[in-house]
Design a protein around this ligand. Structure first.
Ligand SMILES: [Zn+2]
Length: 125
């Protein structure tokens, strides 16, 4: 059972990272697919190890590997929160109903981030 919780946590952190990325790219008006993830300050393309949710932030000690600019903590907190929510969802509901979590947690978080970044919400999200 602990493996399922661990996998749910990993899935939640990845989803949290994704929705943070989507909201931020919505703010910039760029595609969510291209270009690859980059530093907000120096625009360097990030390495794969830098993109691992939570671990990438820890390995870089909260600063960009290239320009040493401080990385905003908000996306890491969202990654952690969504990961924990996925675990609690599995415990409280007693099953891994990911559709329920997607609808009640992830989507409102995405809309909230879009609103936070742009003071608007896209009609298709
Ligand atoms: Zn940088």
């Amino acid at each position: 059972m602990i493996y399922i919780f661990f996998l749910l946590f990993i899935l939640g952190t990845c989803l949290g990272s994704f929705i943070s990325c989507v909201a931020y790219r919505y703010k910039l008006g760029i595609s969510i697919i291209y270009p690859r993830s980059f530093c907000d300050n120096c625009s360097q393309t990030l390495q794969h190890w830098q993109l691992i949710p939570i671990i990438g932030f820890i390995l870089q000690k909260g600063k960009c590997h290239f320009c040493k600019q401080k990385i905003p903590l908000s996306s890491t907190i969202i990654e952690l929160a969504i990961g924990v929510i996925f675990i609690f969802n599995a415990i409280i509901i007693a099953n891994a109903n990911l559709i329920f979590t997607l609808l009640l947690v992830v989507w409102p978080t995405l809309i909230s981030l879009e609103d936070y970044y742009t003071l608007s919400v896209d009609s298709i999200t």
